[in-house]
Design a protein around this ligand. Sequence first.
Ligand SMILES: NC(=O)c1ccc[n+]([C@@H]2O[C@H](COP(=O)([O-])OP(=O)(O)OC[C@H]3O[C@@H](n4cnc5c(N)ncnc54)[C@H](O)[C@@H]3O)[C@@H](O)[C@H]2O)c1
Ligand SMILES: O=c1ccn([C@@H]2O[C@H](COP(=O)(O)OP(=O)(O)O[C@H]3O[C@H](CO)[C@@H](O)[C@H](O)[C@H]3O)[C@@H](O)[C@H]2O)c(=O)[nH]1
Length: 439
Amino acid sequence: MKKIAVVGTGYVGLVTGTCFAETGNQVICVDIDTKKVERMRNGEVPIYEPHLDVLFERNIKANRLRFTTDLQEGIKDAEIIFLALPTPPGEDGSADLSYILGVSEQIGKLITDYKVIVDKSTVPVGTAEKVHATIAQNATCDFDVVSNPEFLREGFAVDDFMKPDRVVIGTQSDRAKKVMGELYQPFVRQGNPILFMDEKSAELTKYAANSFLATKITFMNEIANFCELVGADVDKVRIGIGSDDRIGKRFLFPGIGYGGSCFPKDVQALVKSGKEENFEFQILTAVMKVNEEQKTVLFPKMQNFFRGNLSGKKIAVWGLAFKPDTDDIREAPSLYMIKELLKAGASVTAYDPEAMPNVKQLLGESIQFATNEYEALHDADALLICTEWSVFRNPDFDQVGAVMRDKVIFDGRNLFDMETMNKHGFYYQSIGRGIKSDN
Ligand SMILES: NC(=O)c1ccc[n+]([C@@H]2O[C@H](COP(=O)([O-])OP(=O)(O)OC[C@H]3O[C@@H](n4cnc5c(N)ncnc54)[C@H](O)[C@@H]3O)[C@@H](O)[C@H]2O)c1
Ligand SMILES: O=c1ccn([C@@H]2O[C@H](COP(=O)(O)OP(=O)(O)O[C@H]3O[C@H](CO)[C@@H](O)[C@H](O)[C@H]3O)[C@@H](O)[C@H]2O)c(=O)[nH]1
């Protein structure tokens, strides 16, 4: 059993804290958001993340998981302090380290006995050194700073955390290595490795992983766009190349661009880190450009369909979250499409199983929200699909066609097969699969 403090209770911090509690540790989560802490103390999970609620409730009941707004109270008994704080893009695209360094400064003033301070946030190479220097300015006791990047995906966060493909631990301190190795032992029982390395390599491993995955998706999006020009079917090409073990089946799904709180900001931050070393990440620069264009690739198609005049058209939007099984709308492609549609004078009625409250906060009254997917379609001139929630995968097409003004679908996630669409008489455009049916 270890005593752990987790500072920051967002998608990463709350999952980290809860999963460490689940393996028998004593965890206290610290957040400056008083309302959030109040909600958690009342037993409420403040984010939507499948399966988190069961673990959360169980560990609170067992007194292994507690919450506070007071950093001093949070860290006083902890041997390990995780920093799961935001690292948003600064104005120039580099990672903003003010949250990390601000809390590090406070930690330096507060600690009185040995602690392992762990960077769980995604941070540029050299941050562990900066955190160390910041704490050292005030600390009067021994401490180590470790880089332990997190690879969980939203929507699968609990599973990814409990059964990680690997755990990366960057430290050159034997003492910290031992503490971290013991902590993670229960999570690598399946034989997946704990990879010990130096801090800088650990920090870069995280950016390299995200940038590689973003590149893989973007490559497939370009292939999809080319498929449309030459009449090939990207789904067939995807399966064709994905069957090669060297390429792999995963992360090859084309769509309206990658979004979320990680890929866009992390690719940008790595490119910026390169610039600081007079190094140009040529591939990643192209990835960012292609992805920007991909987010609105369906817009000109919609404009064409409506002969350049979207003004007054009613567009139903299915899916607002940047991906299914999350309420997160950070950098969601849906928001880019909605912005273009509103600019063109269209009206938008949207439905998303989890993300509507977040979008309401952002867009207010500028769009309408429906209580289910069919209600969103009432009198719609077209349906635009932005997120592949399971509930959208097998709709009653007769009902869909009956409530819409026109049977027109623009699908940014390739949910339906072309034959089904043809059979039901829909005009259907997706990504990389050509136009099947003329209206
Ligand atoms: N979201 C993901 O899927 C994911 C996965 C892997 C890594 N990461 C990285 O992990 C980090 C955290 O991401 P997130 O998505 O969990 O962020 P988030 O925005 O969801 O949560 C951050 C939390 O930190 C709190 N906070 C801010 N300042 C604080 C302070 N001074 N003291 C205490 N709490 C404070 C906020 O109130 C918030 O609850 C980022 O670096 C991100 O890149 C995220
Ligand atoms: O084949 C694919 C797979 C994903 N996406 C898009 O890519 C984005 C990111 O998806 P995903 O990676 O599943 O979600 P995240 O929760 O953002 O997770 C990524 O970012 C996290 C934060 O750094 C990392 O921890 C994870 O390993 C990494 O997968 C989303 O917009 C998806 O729609 C595609 O377009 N095609």
